[in-house]
Design a protein around this ligand. Structure first.
Ligand SMILES: [Zn+2]
Length: 88
């Protein structure tokens, strides 16, 4: 006779949560940018990054307070490709 509150039922979820927690921790450790899974307002990529043919992993997200969005570029770039703001 099957029990209605089977303790085995909770186990897969716990492991799943632990798996996601480890992914989140790794993501926050490897990047100073906000978690990439959050819904972001992506406003563009710099021409330098495009010229260099950088992939998503090779670019860094930079916040532009004027555009209220994230632009992507080479690590050392500081200027928003959309409005030219250099102050973040
Ligand atoms: Zn901007």
């Amino acid at each position: 006779m099957p029990s209605q509150d089977d303790p085995e039922q909770g186990k897969p979820n716990q492991e799943f949560n632990r798996f996601w927690a480890s992914l989140w921790n790794e993501a926050s450790r490897s990047s100073e940018a906000p978690a990439s899974t959050a819904p972001l307002n992506e406003i563009g990529i710099t021409s330098l990054a495009r010229q260099l043919g950088l992939s998503d992993e090779q670019t860094n997200g930079h916040w532009c307070s004027r555009c209220q969005g994230i632009w992507y570029g080479y690590t050392l770039e500081v200027q928003c490709p959309v409005c030219g703001n250099r102050k973040g």
